[in-house]
Design a binder for this molecule. Structure first.
Ligand SMILES: [Cu+2]
Length: 320
């Protein structure tokens, strides 16, 4: 069974077991203990962390960013330059179940659609905001590939329709011809040098458990305290799972900053890996009106036994 199928079962299983526990608990367990179980179960819900609607989606919950269709939408064919170095446009439409291009989008993090592109080996990460032609539903942005290879393109958006999904992430693969330069196999790294900044990552990513990651930014050994808000947060973290490049967009903790606010050198994120394994992390941050992207590779461990999440899952397994 694929991962998505397993997760759907987990989700359904948690609900089922939960009903049972709840019924018994009402009779023999103090209310406070019931509340703890509730909190644990909702914290471990994949749907919440992936930003998907958690109601009535038990059958359709998937890990975001591995499919070209989902939640009633499809990422249409992506038109882009097919060779390295040729400037042109990248264009696509989002289609609904009838094949009609979607033209109504809800603004999320100050944009109606976020486009991420990355080569399948994790290099060449880009995060841009295309422009919508509302007459045709076509999104476009100037585009040029710097390197040949196979790329994954992700569209991250919220349809502005009644009872629509909270968040949709769809993906397609684009091939770019040219002389291909393979990169060495990835090794874990928690320090990133970018544009004169040094960014270090502290904290551990754990499967199915929310953990805090702290990213600290310095320049010439000095803490950077002049981070500016970018798209409604002091930092945006995209995590891609090595292997299928499943996509996770994590936002910085804390209140939404206002224009003129500054922060640093630390940015904190609450992140949850859907499974154990290796993840590629990309942090977008802004200083002096310039966006920088720091890159990390981390291994997520299995959830710790006895913290509730794993136990809940094995308990639900017995119910099937
Ligand atoms: Cu964006």
């Amino acid at each position: 069974m694929n991962a998505a199928g397993r997760l759907s079962l987990y989700g359904a299983g948690v609900l089922v077991a939960f009903g049972g526990v709840f019924g018994i608990a009402a009779a023999v367990v103090p209310d406070s203990a019931v509340a703890n179980w509730v909190a644990t179960a909702s914290d471990s819900s994949m749907a919440d962390h992936a930003g998907m609607g958690s109601d009535d989606t038990a059958e359709t919950v998937t890990i975001p960013g591995v499919s070209l269709s989902g939640y009633g939408y499809e990422l249409g064919p992506v038109t882009a330059p097919t060779v390295v170095g040729e400037p042109d446009e990248l264009r696509f439409q989002i289609l609904d179940v009838t094949g009609t291009p979607l033209t109504a989008y809800e603004t999320s993090h100050e944009k109606d659609l976020h486009l991420i592109a990355v080569r399948t080996d994790g290099t060449g990460f880009r995060h841009v905001h295309p422009t919508l032609d509302e007459a045709t539903g076509t999104w476009s942005t100037p585009w040029k590939w710097a390197d040949a290879g196979t790329y994954r393109v992700y569209a991250d958006f919220v349809p502005d329709v009644a009872d629509g999904p909270d968040k949709v992430t769809l993906t397609r693969t684009v091939e770019v011809a040219g002389e291909f330069t393979p990169t060495p196999a990835m090794t874990t790294s928690t320090t990133s040098e970018v544009d004169g900044y040094t960014v270090t990552l502290d904290g551990n990513l754990t499967a199915e458990t929310s953990s805090e990651l702290t990213l600290s930014i310095t320049r010439d050994g000095e803490p950077v305290t002049t981070l500016q808000p970018y798209l409604g947060a002091f930092g945006h973290l995209v995590a891609l799972r090595d292997g299928d490049l499943a996509y996770l967009h994590v936002h910085a903790e804390g209140e939404t900053p206002k224009d003129g606010d500054t922060a640093g050198p630390d940015i904190r994120f609450a992140a949850e890996a859907p499974t154990a394994g290796r993840y590629l992390l990309y942090l977008d941050f802004q200083v002096d009106r310039q966006i920088h992207t720091a890159q990390f590779v981390v291994d997520a461990g299995h959830g710790t036994n006895g913290t509730g999440t794993d136990d809940t899952h094995s308990d639900t397994g017995d119910d099937h």
